[in-house]
Write a protein that binds this ligand. Structure first.
Ligand code: ADP
Length: 528
């Protein structure tokens, strides 16, 4: 049995991949001994070191033609003491461990490690909601707690809160998404901003509680983020400095009224005016939530396979996308924002926003016109912290074995930036034969450009092109000053280089101090 999902096909691993499964410099007998010791710590059934489990954990969705992201196995501890015991063993044998919470990091490598031979430290058995303060709206969770679990807990206990979810919320963890600094779409959409207090197990087994967590008899851990002295939580996000075993978060009070809107823009170039219209309203908070400007093809790829829309040569032509968009009642860009509060508050703000967006030539639509349309319903659900799985459809775009790798460069929230990024991404992706399926997530003053490169993972040539296309995008966006805020395990070094030598050097020094044997997630974010 494997806990990384159903055991995949029994197709044998190629000799190359089999060789790469071993931790670097570890001989097979030593590895067998390590596996025995791990079994003694967590129980036989919670160590996975056979080929079928490896195949299962290796379903990354990203291109990996050279077998560079093949784990040596997986171990699933039940509690912090077992995590500490595994770390002690890992230090003794120099066994690299790749921690995951639920391992569903879609577009970024799922459960796979930055380099082959690492053993996955699968934390999904640690899946308790440890605390929920109904007065403060705060929660303390273990790594394996999914958004669905939190959603159900709130419903079952009739609590007056919403949880902010990323896409594919039901299956992913609050821990993994927050540590990766992912976003959602309610007013609490910047997850790391809403995080408050964590417990971290360091490589030597030390347990650190950040912020107010270590105050004797204290009860402010989830109420005050900053604690005393240097603020440490940030260094454990997108990081390999420790294993986070508890995470505190703030939840949004459920508003009495909620109204979602869709701004339908007919032309590709409209994205500039839309961005310039959103920015002041995000800055003054008249639009309080994480806004998504969705490209038509991104939206359609959730609900369709490519062959349903186009069976001609080359990338899908613009006029074909436009035709399908119209047939589905959506534009080339569809912007989703929402208002929250009372009916009176919403009624006061709505006309200000509607007039501003209509001035860009767009239609501003509500439930009255769009209710029941699946594209509208998807974002309506997200903006109230509801559960959706539709985005999983992206990996089925090419029909067969799905591949999807994400590129997410950030830019100031200014119209000119979106036009520049859209033009550059379209040029590069079309050159390599890939469809440009974008979205822009607009925060306060910046935006994340989310580009899913969808490819056929069953076709090696296609996978190779996907790899080269991604590399060219990262490099050429980098030359324009646009760097990614996050990256797939296959491009962590490339992106880390763009952040400069001093950043890499400081990270390396912290790593050396906290994890001198480099056993936690070597290579994560380019930190060895
Ligand atoms: P998701 O919630 O999307 O399934 P994952 O479990 O795949 O998230 O985690 C995403 C990434 O975050 C992992 O690859 C790992 O690098 C990091 N990570 C996840 N959980 C932890 C943790 N508990 N401690 C340290 N790093 C973690």
């Amino acid at each position: 049995m494997a806990i990384g999902g159903a055991v995949a096909s029994t197709a044998a691993l190629t000799p190359l991949v089999r060789a790469r499964m071993m931790p670097q410099d570890m001989d097979r007998d030593v590895f067998a001994g390590v596996v025995r010791e791990l079994r003694a710590i967590v129980g036989d059934e919670w160590v996975f070191a056979d080929e079928a489990s490896t195949i299962s954990y290796r379903k990354s969705g990203i291109p990996d033609l050279r077998g560079e992201h093949v784990p040596s196995g997986a171990v699933a501890p039940a509690n912090v003491e077992q995590v500490q015991a595994i770390l002690a063993l890992a230090n003794r044998y120099r066994l690299p461990l790749w921690p995951i919470s639920t391992g569903k990091n879609m577009g970024y490598g799922m459960a796979t490690p930055a380099s082959s031979g690492q053993m996955i430290l699968d934390l999904k058995r640690m899946n308790r909601i440890l605390d929920f303060d109904a007065e403060l709206g705060t929660i303390l969770v273990e790594p394996g707690v999914t958004y669905q679990q939190i959603h159900d807990y709130i419903e079952d206990n009739d609590l007056p809160y919403w949880v902010d979810v990323p896409t594919v919320g039901p299956i992913v963890s609050m821990m993994g998404n927050t540590l990766e600094r992912g976003v959602g779409y309610t007013p609490y959409g910047d997850h790391f901003f809403m995080q408050c207090g964590m417990e971290v197990v360091l490589a030597d087994g030390t347990i650190l509680k950040t912020g107010m967590g270590s105050i004797e008899n204290g009860n402010t851990w989830q109420a005050f983020k900053w604690g005393y002295g240097p603020y440490l939580d940030g260094i454990f996000t997108q990081s390999n400095f420790g294993i986070v075993t508890k995470l505190g978060m703030w939840l949004m009070p459920k508003p009495p009224a909620y109204k979602p809107f869709m701004v339908r823009s007919p032309n590709v170039e409209d994205v500039a005016a839309i961005t310039d219209t959103i920015r002041p309203f995000r800055m003054n908070n008249l639009i309080p939530n994480g806004v998504l400007i969705m490209g038509a093809l991104y939206q359609m790829s959730m609900f369709n396979r490519r062959a349903d829309l186009w069976d001609g040569e080359g990338v899908i032509p613009l006029d074909v996308i436009q035709r399908h968009a119209r047939a589905n009642d959506i534009g080339m860009w569809n912007t989703f924002y929402a208002l929250y509060g009372t009916d009176e508050i919403i009624a006061a703000i709505e006309p200000i926003l509607t007039a501003a967006f209509e001035a860009t030539g767009a239609d501003v639509l509500t439930e009255a016109e769009m209710g029941g349309n699946p594209y509208f319903e998807h974002n309506k659900t997200l903006m109230r912290g509801g559960m959706t799985l539709e985005e999983k459809g992206l990996v089925r775009w090419w029909g067969r074995s799905g591949g999807a790798v994400a590129f997410a460069p950030v830019a100031p929230a200014k119209g000119g930036e979106t036009i520049g990024q859209t033009q550059l991404a379209t040029e590069i992706m079309n050159k390599w034969g890939f469809d440009y399926a974008p979205a822009y997530a607009v925060g306060g003053r910046e935006l994340h450009h989310i580009i899913f490169l969808m490819f056929d993972k069953g076709d090696d040539e296609h996978s190779a092109k996907a790899e080269q296309c991604m590399e060219e995008m990262i490099t050429r966006f980098g030359e324009r000053g646009w760097a990614a805020y996050r990256s797939s395990v296959s491009t962590m070094d490339l992106v880390a280089d763009q952040y400069g030598a001093a950043n890499r050097e400081v990270n390396a020094r912290i790593k050396q101090a906290l994890d001198p044997n480099h056993i936690i997630a070597p290579g994560k974010q380019g930190i060895a």
